[in-house]
Design a protein around this ligand. Sequence first.
Ligand SMILES: [Zn+2]
Length: 311
Amino acid sequence: MSNNQLLENVKILRKFLFRLLHKAKLTYLILIFVISLGISGWSIESAALRIPIIGFHDIIDAQKTADLPPRRQAFENDYTKQDLSVFLEYLFQQNYWFLSSQDLYVYFLDKSQPIPEQHQGQKPIMITFDDGYKGVHTNALPLLKKLSLLYKENGKFVLFVNPHFLGIALGGKFLPHTTCNDLREGYQKGFYDIQSHGFTHKNLTELNGQDLELEISKSKLALRKCMGDLDKNKIIGAHIAYPYGASDSEVEKILPKYHLTGFLYNDRFLRIQRLRNNYRISRITTDRNTSPRDLIRVAQKASTFRQKNWF
Ligand SMILES: [Zn+2]
């Protein structure tokens, strides 16, 4: 073999090795690309996702004598409009995603739809109010309206209502309740999500058979009667928060006929990956001693949605 031939052979070998390496590199790149496709999308798919769901009751105005003793009895679960304002302002400033109960179900539990891209970089939170008190409508809704306008982003309140008490104000221990029209007004403007809290606020675990089913079904029926024509997607009353946070396996046997999810009141975060039962969704409790700072700390623990990079 001449020197030239040897040189030629070395060249061919080099070319071959180069091509092989190039191909291997390409294969390697394609492999990484395919794997990345699988693990790309929202980082929440793989990370532990934590969603705070905050539970309030009535909202009072600390600067209005009509909302204070002796004119109005004080309750453990009351929260002031002034403190709520600090908390909500923080959520708007930090661009939180105010979830509705159906958002939670569709995007995180059922996962029937991908999370819309506009929520990238946001933290999810759900703000709920139990019992349908009038103070939510007179004291909290104006705050939400004002902030939504200011930040050009609609906030959302989830109201768990007992339809039997709509519009009723007996005085004393029995606080005034929102009317059907209040609910319709807040819903039409996009601020309220209206869901069930049982028909008459009975402890569901203390009811059996027909009584239990009626307490659940009548509530949903009444809410739909009140809101039906506004509810094109039939999601009013599709979800329930248990009165006293109480549910058990007997209750859960009936629930799927009427509701997609059920909310507890147990002072825990909802951790999506750990949730085995859509009828046991955790909520963080509040009372008059919960400071806005406490709530902000809770909100900060929510997971942030981020889109993963390819590598
Ligand atoms: Zn309640």
